[in-house]
Design a protein. Sequence first.
Length: 224
Amino acid sequence: MSDGKIKILVLTAGPRDLTRLDLEEEVRQITHRIGEAEFRERFTVVLELAARRSEVIELLLRHKPNVVHFSGHGKEGAIFLISDDGSYAPVPTEALKAIFAEFKDTVQLVFLNACYTALQAEAIAEVVGCAVGSENPVSDRAAIAFAASFYSTLAYGTTIGQAFNLGKAQLTTLGLQAEADPKLLAGPGVLVGAAVTAVLLHFGAGQRGIRRHDPDATCTDRAC
């Protein structure tokens, strides 16, 4: 974040042999809602569409994101990226955790917007501090609505915890609460509801948007 901006890397994956998702609409809504928010100039969104499994590490090295958003398919114990021939390529939980452990000094939040990703998010949160996933199937429209609200709220200067709670409230407002069950997972000692706004995230002064606290503290389909 050398330019003082929060960089969000959006990875989408729609393998040809899995159900088609409206990933384009999700990307459009995320970028539009951030672009309309109060602190839009503090955010940079980088898009990597049709992300290949073989390129994930390179993309993280190249872009050095603070937030990683994945949009696509998942199952218990894996998310699906794209293989070199265009078919689905699973990335297991242990691989995700190992990868993000090497980026813990820059990545603060990982959002897995896919079915059955709570366990993956929990493992990732152990090394980067905070992650969002789902224990159950997530409908396409609920996934899009929650993500758009979450990032819009962040770009108005809220905490990650507030953005998550307001995203869930938005699902209820739209009558979509039965189509998604997002979970916010935090690692040991992470207080996501701390009074540190997203727009103040920076490393130059040794601060993180996710504040470390008491070690005992807790926080509270994609059709595949």
